[in-house]
Design a protein around this ligand. Structure first.
Ligand SMILES: Nc1ncnc2c1ncn2[C@@H]1O[C@H](COP(=O)(O)OP(=O)(O)OP(=O)(O)O)[C@@H](O)[C@H]1O
Length: 255
């Protein structure tokens, strides 16, 4: 039997906001190359969990271990430099800049350890990063629009742009917070195909998603959160057949 390399271990993490237990003793492991979906009803703690993983929220108890390193004292930009990238629910892009500049900036940040936003013009001639940015824009289907202002994109295209901004950093772990939220079925299917292509390259991913079509199209393993606790975990088949899950989430999602 092969021993899987664990890329991410959320070890007994708890987080309270005042009297609200947002996460209680959450323990989950993500193996190298797997797509791990986190599902659960609204307010279950999914975004809080992702924010704990990228250092935006400090847990009250427990640890996050990424690639063998405990992240307790790391700042978000340090965690990013270690190889964790995240696509947010609301895309965080530079609206006034071109798509190309948007994709080049995180590459400089990863390479230089600083956000060289002001220096972007001065270094725009750096061919290797420009070429990489063009490659990733092609990858997400936005190459033709590379010189347009990012603010002019549709919501779905902004998400794809943000994905290119993550991919250029060549992360070991990609965290996706509802990557298809607000998208049309057509855009959702395009995004599923894109994420499948990335999956084929072996990149480890954690994905929060409400759309069960997306979850069951992509996930190798699923953890189910409800009221801040992991109530079930396993393969998509195991989770689909689990009565607790159906009760807590799937029944609700099927509307
Ligand atoms: N900064 C905060 N301060 C206080 N309460 C918070 C904060 N962030 C989240 N919460 C609360 O913690 C609980 C978990 O929120 P969280 O956003 O992690 O859930 P979620 O599963 O991502 O929900 P959704 O699917 O609606 O995005 C919710 O009750 C939420 O109101």
């Amino acid at each position: 039997m092969s021993i899987q390399n664990i890329v991410l271990h959320v070890a007994d993490v708890s987080k309270r906001f005042g009297g609200l237990h947002a996460l209680t003793d959450v323990d989950l492991q993500v193996a190298e190359g797997e797509v791990h979906a986190i599902i659960g009803p609204n307010g279950a703690g999914k975004s809080t969990l992702l924010n704990v993983c990228i250092g935006r929220i400090r847990p009250d108890h427990g640890h996050v271990i990424f690639d063998g390193e405990t992240l307790d004292r790391h700042e978000p930009h340090e965690i990013n430099q270690l190889g964790v990238s995240r696509v947010f629910q609301t895309p965080e892009i530079f609206s006034d800049l071109s798509l190309l500049d948007n994709v080049m900036i995180p590459a400089f940040a990863r390479r230089d350890g600083a956000f060289r936003f002001n220096a972007i013009r001065a270094v725009a001639g750096e061919g290797d990063i420009r070429e990489a940015a063009e490659y990733h824009l092609q990858d997400v289907g936005l190459f033709e629009r590379r010189l347009d202002e990012a603010g002019s994109l549709s919501r779905g295209d902004k998400r794809r742009l943000e994905l290119a901004m993550c991919l250029i950093q060549k992360p070991k772990l990609l965290l996706l917070d509802e990557p298809t939220a607000g998208m049309s079925r057509h855009d959702t299917n395009m995004t599923i195909e894109l994420l499948k292509r990335i999956k084929a390259r072996g990149m480890t991913k954690v994905i929060i998603e409400h759309d069960m079509h997306v979850v069951f199209s992509l996930a190798d393993r699923i953890s189910v959160l409800a009221q801040g606790k992991v109530i079930a975990g396993g393969s998509p088949e195991e989770v689909r057949g689990n009565p607790r899950v159906r009760e807590a989430y799937l029944g609700e999602a099927q509307e």
